[in-house]
Design a protein around this ligand. Structure first.
Ligand code: C2O
Length: 582
């Protein structure tokens, strides 16, 4: 064992003590104490993640779930801007695992990004892998999650990155900070569920419950006492770090009688924007300020569905947590929060309109690579001899999803490894910069057989020169159904310069090049489009996909390869020695 490795492990051991042995309740309380002891910037933070199964009882049902360090949600990673993070991940389960650090731009550290078969092979049972990366000029609320199969359903946790020492928030220091992670919970084994859904060709069943920090709240069967609660002092202001770690649903969030002031979206400051509710797609994070300025009482914090697609069954019962004033009668009923209707597209647009970068930003004005990418669902022809079993999609076909009508198929080793070591046969470089066929995407798509709704399968990538200024227009299609898709790009944040309903029209599209939000996951409006811009200055292999896992499983993704530039600071280093093998 090398000296540096043993040093690493010694540090990890100290860390395990903090996180593994604290019960869940004290882990949330411990957070408050930690929030005020900001570590000095530029240091190295060690974490030890053991992927382990754990028995939990929820909704009167006991099952094994996969967790990190037997915590659900998993341990919080607390660091400071510019810190180096070293996480040793050991897989003690029989399943494949990887961890992705969602929103972390992984400057020159693509090997540690985490999506399985894109930047690494999964960490197999009994194996371990050490992730090492630096939070280069990044701070705010992020999260980590498993990035293989549907393991993310229970394998997730927050990453909180504080500003450098002495740098205040651009708003009044809150009295306390709380992490609020939205999730979805299934009574069934999620790995088996994914396999069954894919084998059926049909839709994914809804979650059995939504959860807030792992707790469904009192609205479901047998969950009356499984409620998360924040105790608040009247008159004080709280910072809530909202994270949507859900699998297949977008969600509204609101607190009864209280306004939310958004100050950060996807770990970038925004102009303060006050609203009654917000919407987060899976993969999105948002910091909101809430002032306890109402009469003393117990208020509901609610998470409910935003479903923009047609004919999809989904969980309609809201998860509830309590926002409880000191001095409130403990057993009093809580005041209900008002959530928008599940299909309130206007409520979603209002939140999006409110997101503006805090300061003027440096948006690329000239574009070197202009891509037009349709996002949507497909129905493929049934190829099974047992269609009743395997072709349960629309019109007796199988559901698929695609970008530019190409369903992404995972290779057998990681694309990054194949690219770096020049191993052939794993991927192609012909992802098209525009759909092969143009039609009325938003309204006139062929929804019915015998019209062709078939997607092409492929592991296609788009190669970009280092430093190219990229514009991507995402266009939702109505094949099967229009739907808001939360599209996530690894390795970058991007400026959301425009969005709208219907088909994208360069003549009429309105772009904000002054203060667009800088995000990593954009909800492409239902039946509409969104335009993003960024400079491709981080070499590597970067996954771009819908963060609804069922869509990802169906192929709604593509890969951008960014070439090396000149010199060491523009070149991806060698792979780490312990990179997992397939
Ligand atoms: Cu949060 Cu590729 O994912």
């Amino acid at each position: 064992m090398s000296p540096s490795l043993s040093l690493r492990m010694a540090n990890s051991v100290a860390f395990v003590f903090v996180f593994v042995y604290l019960p869940l309740s004290s882990y949330f309380q411990a957070f408050h104490a930690m929030a005020h002891e900001w570590p000095a910037g530029g240091s190295t933070r060690f974490y030890d993640f053991k992927v382990q199964t754990m028995r939990v009882t929820k909704l009167c049902n006991t099952k094994e779930i996969v967790t990190v360090n037997k915590m659900f949600p998993g341990p919080v990673v607390y660091v400071q801007e510019d810190d180096r993070i070293i996480v040793n991940v050991t897989n003690e389960t029989p399943y494949n695992a990887t961890i992705h650090w969602h929103g972390v731009r992984q400057k020159l550290s693509c090997w540690f990004d985490g999506p399985s078969y894109i930047t690494q092979c999964p960490i197999q049972a009994g194996q371990s892998f050490t992730y090492e990366f630096t939070m280069v000029k990044q701070k705010g609320t992020f999260f980590w999650h498993a990035h293989v199969s549907w393991l993310r359903a229970t394998v997730y946790g927050a990453i909180v990155v504080y500003p450098k020492t002495g740098v205040p928030y651009p708003f009044k220091q809150p009295y306390e900070e709380h992490i609020v992670i939205l999730g979805e919970y299934w009574l069934r084994d999620v790995l088996q569920l994914e396999q069954q859904v894919l084998a059926s060709g049909g839709p994914a069943p809804p979650a059995d419950a939504f959860t807030i920090n792992g707790h469904p709240g009192p609205n479901y069967n047998c969950s009356r006492n499984d409620v998360y609660r924040i105790d608040v002092v009247p008159g004080k202001t709280y910072l809530l770090r909202l994270i949507n770690a859900g699998l297949n649903m977008e969600n509204f969030f609101a607190i009864a009688n209280h306004k939310l002031t958004v100050v950060e979206a996807d770990a970038e400051y925004t102009k303060p924007f006050t609203t009654d509710r917000v919407m987060l797609g899976p993969g999105q994070t948002m910091n909101v300020l809430v002032t306890a300025d109402q009469t003393i009482g117990k208020y509901s914090m609610a998470m409910g569905p935003y479903m923009s697609a047609q004919n999809i069954s989904f969980q309609r019962i809201s998860a509830i947590a309590y926002f409880q004033y000191l001095g409130a009668v403990p057993n009093s009923v809580s005041l209900p929060a008002k959530l928008p209707n599940f299909n309130d597209n206007l409520a979603v647009k209002t939140v999006m309109d409110g997101l503006r970068s805090l300061n003027p930003v440096d948006v690329p004005k000239k574009i070197d690579a202009n891509l037009f990418v349709t996002v949507g669902l497909n129905v493929n022809k049934c190829r099974s001899k047992t269609p009743q079993k395997n072709c349960r999609g629309m019109n007796n076909g199988t559901f698929a999803a695609s970008m530019n009508n190409i369903s992404f198929i995972k290779p057998t080793i990681s694309i990054l490894e194949a690219y770096y070591k020049k191993i052939g046969g794993q991927f192609t470089v012909d992802f098209p910069g525009a759909p092969l066929q143009f039609y009325d995407f938003a309204n006139g798509a062929p929804n019915n057989a015998p019209n062709n709704t078939q997607a092409i399968n492929g592991t296609r990538t788009k190669v970009l020169k280092f430093g190219s200024r990229v514009q991507l227009i995402f266009q939702d299609t109505s094949t099967v159904t229009t739907e808001n898709h939360p599209i996530h790009l690894h390795g970058y944040s991007f400026y959301v310069v425009g969005y709208g309903t219907g088909n994208f029209n360069p003549q009429t599209a309105n772009f904000n090049l002054i203060d667009p939000p800088y995000m990593n996951t954009i909800g492409v409006p239902v039946g509409g489009w969104a335009a993003i811009r960024f400079v491709a200055d981080n070499p590597g292999v970067w996954f771009m996909h819908c963060h609804l896992d069922i869509h990802q499983s169906w192929g709604l993704g593509a890969v951008l390869i960014v070439e090396n530039g000149k010199g060491e600071l523009e070149t991806l280093p060698h792979p780490p020695a312990d990179l997992p093998r397939c």
